[in-house]
Write a protein that binds this ligand. Structure first.
Ligand SMILES: [Zn+2]
Ligand SMILES: [Zn+2]
Length: 304
């Protein structure tokens, strides 16, 4: 590059790119070109490269800021006293917070799972060591392959309308009776139904976590808050549901030794392993949750 020292500094700088053009004008350009005039060719080239780099990074950052889910998650993190990570350029945003005194996360996923476009948003609460078993609540018509794992089990919670529209599975089965006991049944049902307008909501309790998940990328704070509320309420329902004797609890605690982390039943054929931690899952259970169910593992792909 050659800059003529006495030429009048231009007022407009236009950069042509393959995706978009950047046009700068006014004082910053006069300053830039005056600075450039004082530099050697190599210095000026480096300066220009850095300037263009800064503009591109600025544009990318501003695009990401406009990403609605990230903005909703950031705002919710502030409201609930949690922390927000934007996940960088290619990652997903994540919020860390505390619910009912336990560590919790809001996680997003946007990607492809087994050749299908798959997105989910979930609130995860860590309950390792205090989980009373495995419990799954989903709307009729969703998760058919996953439900086959449980065989003919069809648990009623004692509310005809709810029982006709939702599927409830549990290990041990008595957990359903305790969670949906008459004195709190209407509240538990209301907590589950709060999510009925979101795509394929599920409430899943396993040995490590309580997860409230919908199969969509939740882009507004109000819906995100509904997920958090349902998680917070179910946390209280399941934690007070711990059995008085340790017998059933002991059975469930054996998960990890030959039992699937998601459904709590024996691991048979058609297993997949997490790419990160190699923990085996039923293929149906992995597809249902959309990721690894090992506590704090971020695995989202399986390995042969
Ligand atoms: Zn399973
Ligand atoms: Zn894993």
């Amino acid at each position: 590059m050659r800059v003529l020292p006495h030429a009048a500094p231009p007022r407009v700088l236009v950069l042509h790119g393959s995706l978009f053009d950047v046009r700068l004008s006014g004082k910053p350009v006069r300053c830039m070109t005056t600075t450039l005039a004082a530099m050697s060719g190599a210095e000026a080239a480096v300066f220009l490269l850095v300037a263009v780099g800064a503009i591109v990074v600025g544009l990318i950052v501003s695009f990401r800021r406009k990403d609605a889910p990230a903005a909703a998650a950031r705002s919710l993190a502030v409201r609930l006293g949690g922390s927000f990570e934007d996940g960088g350029l290619f990652g997903e945003p994540q919020v860390s917070l505390t619910l009912g005194g336990r560590p919790a996360w809001i996680e997003y996923y946007r990607g492809v799972l087994n050749n299908f476009q798959s997105s989910w948003t979930r609130v995860v609460v860590g309950i390792r060591g205090v989980s009373p078993g495995s419990l799954h609540i989903l709307q009729e018509g969703f998760g058919q392959a996953f439900l086959k794992i449980f065989g003919a089990q069809d648990l009623n919670v004692g509310d005809e309308d709810f029982d006709s529209r939702y599927v409830v599975r549990a290990t041990p089965e008595s957990l359903v009776t305790r969670v949906f006991r008459p004195e709190q049944r209407h509240r538990v049902i209301a907590s589950a139904q709060r999510l009925r307008n979101l795509r394929n909501p599920t409430i899943d309790l396993d040995t490590n976590t309580l997860i409230v998940q919908v199969r969509e990328y939740v882009g507004n704070e109000r819906d995100l808050m509904e997920l958090v509320k349902t998680a917070e309420e179910f946390l209280t329902y399941v934690l007070v549901a711990s059995p008085p004797t340790g017998i059933e609890f002991g059975e469930v605690q054996a998960a990890g030794g030959g039992l699937c982390l998601v459904c709590g039943t024996a691991l048979r054929e058609a297993l997949v392993r997490c790419e990160n931690c190699k923990t085996p899952h039923h293929a149906e259970c992995w597809n249902y949750m959309g990721r690894c169910s090992t506590y704090a593992c971020k695995g989202r792909r399986t390995t042969a």
